[in-house]
Design a protein around this ligand. Structure first.
Ligand code: FAD
Length: 385
């Protein structure tokens, strides 16, 4: 059987589900397809730290991030779901005099970009988060930032897309049907063929294999990142925290456990995107977090996990039509795609439905003309911390 739909979105993580929701809300006929389900292991939206950080973003992402921050304030009402949104602010700290320059530079650059950011000294840091280590000297403070639960967000976007008429095909890996280098349809495990006007590839780390199937290679690789969770802490840490001199993101979950992330690589297992935490990294990741939140000395590791994500050479996503392939890409969000996901969905929907979005121009796939040697090194670079 052949079915025509306007838009088929591949991948129901926070990016694909948000795109499907915004397309369906705008009146498009949408099918949201996932080889698995929204936000299950080892997808990035399952593993994600869930930080909503508007400070310290790449320049081209700043405007989108500011708009996304406004969306997070009302997203629970909009999607009619408990997304675990806690806007306790974000603090980026300097521990040494030498690190202070990085905080000052971030405050200046972000303020120039229109982000509501302040410089805070040691005393103010203690007022914001009294249980952090007393040695912290200076911070960049964005009071409107915070955290949310990425799995709930992906699932809520998918459910809201369905309420607006989208069909969700889960546990349903779609194979591309290619004619003369162009994807003209999708073959589903049921034997059904879809003939969408637009194929939107938002399959995170799995996008790379899918693109290979249609004969495309881009400067895109997948990698694993690992996360830790402590038992419930009596310390109270309302902001999310990162540090100039450490690979660290730290936040307190609603149940009191401390969630520790910060670009610590996990071990790839096999050729397909599958990953597991590296023990040595667990120890060093925990030690770094303990230096910032001393109560972690009294805590035990409750859980470690790892997720797979797609990364581009410049760590900025690919968003837009991929040449003459008939595929629209929304992938490669690296470790900072969650915060912008509500606005990526909105902008991509407008872009696809005829209102070209200049804000997406810095992310178009055609920017990928990179020197071969740089790409060669990037693809083979060992994931070491
Ligand atoms: C450990 C970790 C911590 C992070 N922390 C933060 C953070 O604090 N703040 C932040 O902003 N960002 C963070 N990120 C980044 C953010 O989580 C990701 O950018 C975002 O989740 C990417 O979502 P996605 O929808 O692109 O991909 P995924 O969530 O990986 O979704 C891809 C989906 O595609 C599906 N799929 C696979 N093959 C197919 C197929 N053939 N057809 C259809 N579907 C298919 C998969 O099953 C999966 O559901 C973090 C990422 C990681 C890994």
């Amino acid at each position: 059987m052949t079915t025509t739909t306007q838009c088929a979105v591949l991948g129901s993580g926070v990016i694909g589900a948000s795109i499907a929701y915004h397309l369906a809300k705008a009146g498009a006929r949408v099918v949201l397809i996932d080889a698995a389900e929204p936000a299950v292991a080892p997808s990035a939206s399952w593993a994600s730290a869930g930080g909503l950080r508007s400070q310290g973003r790449h320049g081209p992402e700043q405007a989108i991030s500011i708009m996304a921050a406004a969306r997070w304030r009302t997203l629970e009402q909009e999607l009619d779901a408990d997304l675990g949104v806690l806007l306790g602010g974000h603090l980026h700290v300097a521990e040494t005099e030498a690190e202070e320059a990085a905080v000052l530079a971030r405050v200046q650059a972000d303020r120039d970009a229109g982000i509501a950011i302040e410089q805070v000294g040691a005393r103010e840091i203690r007022e914001i988060a009294p249980d952090l280590s007393a040695h912290l000297r200076l911070g960049a403070w964005t009071p409107d930032d915070g955290q949310a639960n990425p799995a709930r967000v992906a699932q809520a976007f998918a459910r809201a897309a369905e309420r607006h008429g989208a069909a969700c095909l889960l546990r349903s890996p779609a194979q591309p049907l290619v004619e003369l280098g162009r994807v003209t349809g999708l073959l589903l495990p049921s034997g059904e063929t879809l003939r969408p006007e637009h194929v939107i590839l938002a399959a995170g780390a799995w996008s790379i294999g899918w693109l290979r199937e249609i004969g495309c290679t881009l400067p895109l690789r997948w990698r694993g990142l690992q996360m830790l969770l402590s038992d419930a802490s009596p310390a109270r840490v309302s902001p999310t925290v990162t540090a100039v001199g450490r690979n660290l993101s730290l936040k307190q979950s609603p149940s009191g456990g401390i969630i520790i992330g910060g670009r610590w690589f996990a071990r790839p297992v096999g050729a397909a995107p599958a990953v597991e935490p590296i023990e040595d990294h667990v120890l060093r990741q925990w030690a770094g977090a303990t230096a910032i939140l001393p109560d972690l000395r009294n805590r035990v590791l409750q859980r470690s996990w790892a997720g797979a994500e797609a990364q581009t050479l410049d760590s900025m996503p690919f968003i837009g039509s991929l040449g003459e392939t008939g595929v629209y890409l929304a992938t490669g969000f690296s470790n900072h795609g969650f915060q912008v996901s509500p606005m990526i969905g909105a902008l991509v929907a407008d872009d696809l439905l005829g209102q070209k979005q200049d804000l997406l121009n810095p992310f178009r796939p055609e920017r990928s003309g990179v020197p071969d040697d740089a790409w060669f090194r990037f693809e083979r670079e060992p994931f070491r911390n």
